[in-house]
Design a protein around this ligand. Structure first.
Ligand SMILES: CC(C)(COP(=O)(O)OP(=O)(O)OC[C@H]1O[C@@H](n2cnc3c(N)ncnc32)[C@H](O)[C@@H]1OP(=O)(O)O)[C@@H](O)C(=O)NCCC(=O)NCCS
Length: 183
């Protein structure tokens, strides 16, 4: 499947995306709000999981391409998170781009395509997103997408140990009514 915007394609993953993705996952600037950077095997295993998610659900974290500029810059899309929390089960929107492609609105455009697919094609009632409280860029993106945070939804990420600086997470939500109302 391909979703296309003005500057962006969201597409299925290709074998050759894996090396670029591994370099992104090894970059401490990209992984600042994750517990660790990933090595090649961990990065490949993440791609295997993303591809399995597509087989199971028919949607997922698409590969992001900039036609004529870069064949692969990261991922953006929709996923069913595995964690158990007060807001699950749910569909989340997520993103990760190589550092050199930050600051140009690519994530905003890619996320807009994913949200349109979620609300128009999949008729989802709600899409959420969550991240470590200090992840300013990711939160700014959620806010550009008109997602809303209620501090009462903040939570401790169950995969991180108590006292871990990234454990406290914020949750942003966007329901279909607000999405269509915002146009
Ligand atoms: C989260 C992430 C995708 C956000 O990237 P980003 O570059 O900040 O977001 P965008 O691509 O939407 O770009 C927005 C920036 O481009 C600017 N911009 C330029 N042209 C733009 C356009 N056409 N549309 C929107 N913004 C534009 C905006 O003003 C903004 O600038 P700023 O960085 O000075 O505020 C990126 O930081 C990332 O991959 N982080 C690591 C992974 C991660 O933490 N994921 C979330 C974990 S839950």
């Amino acid at each position: 499947m391909i979703l296309s915007g003005d500057r962006i394609l969201l597409r299925d993953w290709r074998e050759e995306d894996r090396a670029v993705f591994a370099a992104t996952n090894a970059d401490p600037r990209v992984m600042e709000f994750f517990p660790t950077c990933l090595d090649r095997a961990q990065s490949d295993s993440l791609v295997d999981g993303i591809e399995a998610h597509f087989r199971e659900h028919g949607f997922g974290l698409w590969a992001v391409e900039l036609p004529g500029v870069a064949p692969f810059i990261g991922f953006a899309g929709l996923a069913v998170p595995r964690l158990k929390a007060h807001f699950t089960p749910c569909i989340e929107i997520g993103w990760r781009l190589a550092f050199e492609h930050w600051g140009r609105g690519y994530a905003t455009e890619a996320a807009g395509l994913a949200l349109a697919h979620g609300f128009y094609t999949l008729a989802l009632p709600e899409v959420v997103s969550f991240t470590a409280i200090a992840n300013r860029r990711s939160r700014a993106l959620m806010e550009r997408l008109k997602m809303c945070r209620d501090p009462e939804d903040d939570f401790e990420h169950p995969a991180l140990p108590e006292g871990h600086p990234l454990r406290r997470h914020v949750l942003y939500r966007l329901d279909s009514r607000s999405y269509f109302k915002a146009g």
